[in-house]
Ligand binder design. Structure first.
Ligand code: UT7
Length: 345
């Protein structure tokens, strides 16, 4: 697909929209993850296309990615992550009021992955639907969970990010094929104990940048056509600049809105798109890398699953303790972005 729309970041950047958490506070009560067993290393890719471990490592920080076997579905991966989150939160599926699945790689246009997860888990009391904001989907999902809990329209929400992006890769395009991987992560969101939980949000979209990252022959309306190639295309260097810029601006916004200094962030969990993006933004935000969750080396870019995969790993490794200020930040196709600041409970 020829990408003709040019998007500039700083000169015409939209003002960011941020808001303080209001109403009944909510917090993450438990997390679970799943990644397929099969791994493709950079050395494997060297045999498949004109690339090298050196280029991929130096330009992206990725060493390997987990890839779903043929026949593995997005909803199966999402369900496995969901079961882990329910266990970690100490609840059962019957407690769920809502299931939100962020995915750009559903098993089909409908039914939603969320309804398949609902069926697998046995959660008849939940309303279930998918949220599509590409790599920002997980943060958008958390924001919906927080809003429903704040307004007391829900008590327990399961938010999932799940992707089988490997099926949308053109292995003839080395600019995208080396970057993406498959995986799933889930979080149970519930009312927060006093003092804890989400404090502020910054969410936004700028459709002027729609052509920066695409999949599915969008200009031809060919998503559902039999011969449509669902391949991911992107203007890598432009997205890179946008990403660094939006990470920095979002971090400032959510901290200012919550009244917390940037230097008081204990852990930043950014969308894992490229180590160099994370490193450049962290330097300019003023955060040392030991306060940043990074696991792109292991998973590559798993879109909506990347933030929960990185946050769950940080929790498992004991990097998050009660009272810590944790910042989640995503960006992705749309263009979209979303960040939230929380006090860990
Ligand atoms: O979450 C979704 C949003 N997407 C992103 O966040 C992606 C953001 N962008 C990026 O991470 C980077 O732009 C990429 C990793 C995609 C590309 O890195 P780059 O440093 O921006 O490289 P480039 O696209 O400017 O390409 C530089 C060179 C080119 O060769 P020439 O024209 O200089 O001879 C490419 O053809 O690197 C070449 N190249 C490769 N070489 C070996 C591109 N991909 C590869 C590859 N192996 N896999």
């Amino acid at each position: 697909m020829a990408i003709t729309h040019e998007y500039r970041t700083r000169s015409d950047a939209v003002p960011l929209r941020s808001f303080k958490a209001r109403g009944r506070p909510s917090a993450i009560a438990g997390m679970g993850v799943y990644a397929p067993e099969k791994i493709i290393t950079n050395f494997d890719l060297e045999k498949m296309m004109d690339t090298s471990d050196k280029w991929i490592t130096e330009r992206t920080g990725i060493h390997r990615r987990h890839i779903a076997e043929p026949g593995t579905t997005t909803f199966e991966m999402a369900t496995k992550a969901a079961r882990g989150a329910l266990d970690a939160a100490g609840i059962t599926a019957a407690d769920l009021d809502m299931i939100l699945v962020g995915t750009s790689s559903p098993d089909g246009p409908f039914p939603s992955v969320a309804c398949r997860v609902q069926n697998e888990l046995g959660a008849p009391g939940a309303v279930a639907w998918d949220t599509l904001a590409a790599c920002t989907s997980f943060v958008y999902g958390l924001s919906i969970a927080d809003a429903y809990i704040a307004s007391e329209r829900a008590d327990t929400v399961l938010v999932i990010g799940a992707e089988v992006l490997s099926r949308m890769l053109n292995y003839g395009n080395r600019g995208t094929a080396v970057i993406f991987g498959d995986g799933a992560g889930a979080a149970v969101v519930r009312p927060a104990p006093t003092g804890g939980g989400f404090k502020s949000w910054c969410l936004g979209s700028d459709g002027r940048g729609y052509a920066q990252v695409t999949a599915g022959n969008i200009e031809k309306g060919a998503y559902a056509a039999k011969d449509a190639a669902p391949f991911i295309e992107m203007v890598g260097p432009d997205v890179f600049k946008f990403a660094v810029d939006i990470f920095i601006r979002q971090a400032n916004e959510v901290c200012n809105t919550a009244g917390i200094a940037l230097e008081d962030i204990d852990l930043w969990v950014p969308h894992q798109a490229n180590f160099r993006i994370i490193d450049a933004a962290a330097r300019r935000i003023g955060l040392p890398l030991d306060r940043v969750a990074i696991n792109i080396d292991e998973y590559g870019n798993t879109s909506s699953a990347s933030i929960p995969l990185a946050l769950e790993e940080a929790i498992r490794k004991g990097r998050v303790k009660s009272g810590d200020h944790v910042l989640l930040a995503g960006f992705g196709s749309g263009l979209t972005w979303g960040a939230c600041l929380m006090t860990w409970v």
